[in-house]
Design a protein around this ligand. Structure first.
Ligand code: SAH
Length: 357
């Protein structure tokens, strides 16, 4: 390998790529079968006794290994939610949150360092996007959290820092890696991906044929409101986005869930709830069968730098009632980790501010 080619990252490699790596350094390809499961359990090559000292060093001369390091860990005294600030090889940080449910542990992972989507209520986007995460860094969050907690993680939501569909190729590769039977082996049906609505990429995703759950961050029923809080809406408006949802469902048969962050006096009126029911029903249930629609209502998490405030309890209940009355399932998201500010983006901001002094 010449000095200009970046070294492959061990955690980003599929088993067949790992085989190629071993072959390229003059080693037998069965080594890949030994190493892949151990990497995915969080072992460094130096901890793999089956390789022997000489081969451990040879691997590390030809490839890089870095597992996200726990820079900070907050555990909720209320519900056991764990929030990690993970350090990456180049010193940047991302956040992951592990939530404990009866059906198992769910991790919320980040997809980029920062974000360039510019949603006005979101802490992750304030400093813009720094860079994409590699497949190995996406996977590394799951491995590192599982290793630190000593418990299996059974579900993944891609709802942390970043826009997963803006880091498309790496995210798709990560999905294949994390689903691999010799690795962490999390079923696609246990993985959700949330997007602010990159319509072109939604069409690509439909073709991947991965039975993951797609979530759409809708947050407003009309272009006027949505464009003021989500700049992406100026590229693809509500009608185009819901049209893309309809195609996605038609192609994959996978139902889509919608996220709706309730912001006081911005998008939480009964009028807006009616409008929301109307646009969802008209785009997604034109025929009598149609797609079952589920909206997650999320009281906005107040971010220090923004002026957005939470809707009152009554407004939230009234909003949900209107949706239900129009045949749309609405649930108000239970807030986990309230005492550790468990939503993503804020811990990284704090650490950046501390670093700046
Ligand atoms: N970029 C992706 C995933 C990351 S954000 C997306 O937009 O879907 C995960 C979810 O949290 C999104 O629905 C996002 O709109 C929402 N969110 C961001 N900031 C929030 C805040 N301050 N309060 C409540 N929800 C927020």
């Amino acid at each position: 390998m010449d000095a200009l080619t970046p070294q492959p990252e061990l955690l980003s490699l599929l088993p067949e790529e790992l085989e190629q790596l071993f072959l390229s350094i003059g080693e037998a390809k069965y080594r890949a079968k030994q190493v892949f499961p151990q990497l995915h359990r969080g072992l460094s090559p130096r901890e793999m006794t089956s390789l022997g000292k000489a081969l451990q060093e040879k691997v590390l001369q030809n490839a890089s290994w870095h597992l996200p390091t726990v820079e900070k860990k907050l555990v909720s005294a209320i519900d056991g939610t764990v929030k990690y600030l993970f350090g990456l090889a180049d010193g940047h940080c991302v956040e992951s949150v592990v939530m404990k449910y009866e059906h198992g542990n769910t991790i919320c992972i980040s997809s980029q360092v920062g974000c360039r989507m510019g949603c006005k209520f979101c802490a992750s986007t304030i400093g813009g996007k720094v860079r994409d995460l590699t497949p190995g860094e996406l996977l590394g969050q799951v491995i590192a959290a599982q290793k630190d907690m000593g418990e299996r993680i059974s579900n993944i939501v891609m709802m942390g820092i970043g826009e997963p569909l803006d880091n498309y190729d790496n995210v798709i590769k990560f999905l294949h890696l994390v689903n691999h039977k010799d690795g962490i082996n999390i079923g696609y049906r246990h993985i959700s991906l949330s997007t602010c609505g990159l319509v072109d990429r939604m069409a690509d995703l439909a073709k991947e044929n991965l039975p993951i759950t797609l979530s759409i961050s809708l947050h407003a029923p009309d272009d006027e409101t949505r464009s003021t809080i989500m700049p992406i809406n100026r590229r693809w408006g509500v009608a185009e986005l819901l049209g893309a949802c309809r195609s996605y469902y038609a192609q994959t048969g996978r139902r889509i869930s919608f996220e709706y962050t309730l912001i006081a006096r911005k998008n939480d009126s009964v009028e807006q709830a009616r409008k929301l029911a109307q646009v969802l029903n008209s785009h997604l249930r034109t025929k009598s069968e149609g797609m079952p629609i589920h909206v997650n209502l999320i009281p906005v998490n107040e971010v220090a730098e923004t002026e957005f405030r939470r809707s009152g309890r009554d407004a939230i209940a009234a909003f949900a009632r209107v949706l239900e009355s129009k045949g749309i399932r609405a649930t108000v998201r239970r807030k986990l980790g309230a005492d550790i500010n468990a939503s993503c983006g804020q811990l990284r901001r704090e650490s950046m501010q501390t670093a700046k002094g």
